[in-house]
Design a protein around this ligand. Structure first.
Ligand code: TYM
Length: 339
């Protein structure tokens, strides 16, 4: 094996399925902007439209959601001049490498994916084959760029670990140090933003009630109302983190505050310890509106010009393909394909 050094390169993506939530913002997009500004990294961000269709998407909804994700990234500070921003279906290397990696990944590994088990539930016979194979397409997304760092929320950690397993097996089987061992980057207080009505469940785009989540496109009144109605408990806020154990809803609101304020949960408790919800919730609502309103205003403005968004994604796709295609070609070569 030859030792290869890899350029520090960030890749991450969001599925355009349903509206974006505060979880997507704090767990992903907000941190991408920080990595974009760090000169250590090249940054690549993708609207992973091919992942969205693992469950049924109405075509018009897919189109709208694709633009919404691109708008959210740009409105939050992803700069298409500094980062590569594109949608996945435009770069065929993802699907091609995805197939090659399907033949490296083992069925037993897929069977351990908790997100598949959660999403499929008892219905494993009826879900799409794509939903089952999805983590190996995600590995292809990452490995097509030789990405070394993948900033994601806590729920995606297992998929990034699987990416490492696939890369290691490929490298071992072909006797080459070709794919990097990608690191998941899961840092900060809000890597697992929970449902506002049930602190044991993740805040997700697909939850039953809109009151469970804050959407990036919610207006100020809606955000304030949702925070006011968020479930809590009768106790005051503790001064130390230990005091949050067994209080998932309280912990979640403290973590959200810390994520939005760019501080730690400990520091939030230092400020609010001993206070009741009557004081904390209005402060959180004010902070959330202050941070999210400029982003949602800008998203709406961008969504009014879909042609511009599409042109940005098309240009980004050219840059993405210029990185991914040679890596795909080399993969084919290593495997012995006649091209
Ligand atoms: P997706 O579209 O479900 O979510 C996009 C990003 O948002 C994060 N996230 C959260 N973080 C904290 N709290 C939450 N409640 C929350 N909800 C969502 C996710 O962790 C994720 O970082 N499979 C991926 C998309 C993907 C991808 C990739 C990511 C496809 N290929 C390659 C990285 C690299 C997904 O479904 O994310």
């Amino acid at each position: 094996m030859t030792d290869q050094t890899f350029t520090p390169r960030v890749f991450s993506g969001i599925k355009p399925s349903g509206g974006l939530t505060l979880g997507n913002y704090l767990g992903a997009i907000k941190r991408w902007v920080e990595m974009q500004e760090d000169p250590t990294y090249e940054t690549i961000f993708c609207v992973v439209d091919m992942h969205a269709i693992t469950v049924w998407q109405d075509p018009a909804d897919l189109t709208r959601a694709t633009r919404e994700v691109a708008a959210a990234m740009i409105a939050s500070g992803i700069d298409p001049e500094k980062s590569v921003l594109f949608n996945q279906c435009r770069v065929s290397a993802h699907a091609e490498l995805g197939w090659l990696l399907n033949c490296v990944a083992r069925v037993g590994w897929m069977n351990r994916m908790t997100q598949f088990k959660d999403k499929a539930g008892k219905n494993t016979e009826k879900v799409s084959l794509g939903l089952y194979a999805y983590p190996s397409l995600m590995a292809a997304d990452i490995l097509a760029y030789h990405a070394t760092h993948v900033p994601v929320g806590e729920d995606q950690k297992q998929h990034v670990e699987l990416t490492r397993d696939i890369a290691a097996k490929f490298n071992h089987d072909y006797g080459r140090d070709f794919f990097p061992m990608t690191d998941p980057v899961i840092e900060g207080p809000a890597m697992r933003v929970m449902n506002l009505r049930d602190g044991s469940k993740k805040m997700s785009k697909s939850g039953e009630s809109d009151m469970e989540r804050i959407n990036m496109l919610d207006d100020a009144d809606t955000i304030a109302k949702k925070i006011k109605k968020a479930r809590t408990d009768p106790e005051a806020l503790p001064a130390e983190m230990d005091g949050l154990s067994g209080r998932p809803e309280a912990r979640n609101l403290v973590n959200i505050y810390a994520g939005l304020a760019e501080t730690t949960s400990e520091a939030v408790l230092g400020e609010f310890g001993g206070e009741g919800w009557g004081k904390f919730k209005p402060a959180l609502a004010e902070l959330a509106v202050e941070k999210l309103a400029p982003i949602s205003d800008e998203m709406r403005r961008l969504l009014d010009a879909p042609d511009e968004l599409d042109a940005i994604m098309a240009k980004g796709a050219e840059k993405a393909a210029a990185i991914a295609n040679p890596i795909l070609e080399e993969t084919f070569k290593i495997m012995g394909f006649v091209r």
